[in-house]
Ligand binder design. Sequence first.
Ligand code: HEM
Length: 517
Amino acid sequence: MENSGASGTSGFALAAIAILLCIVTYLVSTYFTNGLNRYPGPVLAKFTNLWHYYDVKSNHHHDHLIALHRRLGDVVRIGPNRLSIASPEYVGRIYGTQNAYPKSEMYDSFCLRSNGGRAPITLSQRDQKIHARNKKAVAHAFTLTAIRDYEPYMDEIIKLFIKKLTEKTEANPSFFCDFGLWIRFYVTDTILYLTFGSTFGFLDAGKDSVEFFDNMNANMVKDSLYIPMPWWSMVTKFNPIVALFSSKNSFVPGWCMTQIRKRQQERAKLEEATGQSTHVKSDFLDKFMDAAKTSGSPGIDYVALIDWCLTNVQAGSETITVELISTLYYLLKAPEKMERLLEEIRSAGLSNPVTYREAQNLLYLDACLKEGLRIHPAVGLGMERTVTGNGLKLPDGSVAPRGTLVSMNPWVVTRQSLFGNDPDKFLPERWLRAKGETEAAYTDRINAWKRADLTFSHGNHSCSGKNIATMELYKVLPTVLLNFDVKLQDQDKSWNVINRFIVRQTGFNCVLRQRQR
Ligand code: HEM
């Protein structure tokens, strides 16, 4: 009996030692992954991706990363196999069009559920060839020429926005509201209208009766937590067993599919009546359908159509909202800059709504919007890529080997000294030609900033909607300011910021009064 007790105890001790050894071996090998132990970073991040996970969960990853880079330098280790890079000259090397690195698995959670597995969308497509093929097929829908087709649609929604706010200010001359929410209604109605020719009627109703935003935000909050540990999404989101018990895809993809089916029927009817394929509207959906039809590529099918439409909605709603709110917020916090902008707008003899052509001539507006985008980029997590080839030579001369995950965070890059003095301050003037600066020096400076700018990403995976977003911001901001005197409800209070991939703001409470024109 005694003997069996002793052997039981020693067996237990041996098992404990074996487990301990495994853990120590795992931690040591993790620490030395790809030789990244030479780079500084938070201690926990050297051993596990849990540091990244909890930092994303904190909602303020962008602030923490800016502070880490300022303390530790251009290269910071943020996970066992992850490096964050701050130097603007690396933008072209990591994201550029020539030999750019492929996307990492961090985007996997943005895939659609399909046949018990996952189907990548443009944003999450890691296969560079498929990505290039699908993006090229619809590139014509996003060109500067194409966006002219969308301006009349945009005007319709801007007019509705102004009409609804006018009604509110007529009922209550000092209309107090969560202006962020109204901006969200306006921007989302716009992108839905441009894409499908129909909306959820957020502006008309003055509320979100279909819980669209709750749905989008809940998904964003959930999906952002998969980013540090993408394998977890295979266990809990794309696992075929889990798929059996949860709805196929969330509400927004379902709505997109209904719109596509409706349009297919409308086009089929028209085709039958006229004997030729006819456009129903000049919106994105018609352009996307043409692309799917004429591409002649077997991979471009119904799933690609859903991808294009859905990406428009997901990538083109919260992003523009965030940038419009941030520019307005910073202007409201700096009354002398707002006054300078108002002066420019008042003296320009603008149409109502302001046309894109008119807006492009407003130099200070241009400077304010560029600064709004710089100081508060919509995307607040590092856009991760996998190093290929012979590795990536880093500023200190060392090489991050093939397989290392490298990322640059737009917030970190745009707060570098490259962007002039006081990069943390909202200074639209930095975008104007300085006193004594030659035209050539000014052009060089702005071109260097453009090369370093990651607000719309860079290279093969850069934002398809940049032209559309730019047109919308340049039109709507002066139109709102022409029609309303906007003030913060409390000049000394700050908004709340939540970074779950997109850096959203809440608590943008304002008082609106009609302007006499
Ligand atoms: C101010 C507004 C916007 C900002 C700041 C913005 C920013 C970005 C960024 C940073 C990316 C790259 C994300 C990543 O790789 O992690 C991206 C991708 C994308 N955006 Fe935008 N976006 C904006 C508006 C729009 C609009 C209005 C549309 C559509 C009409 C759009 C469509 C897309 C698409 C399709 C992609 C995927 C591109 C690819 O992977 O090849 N975006 N955007």
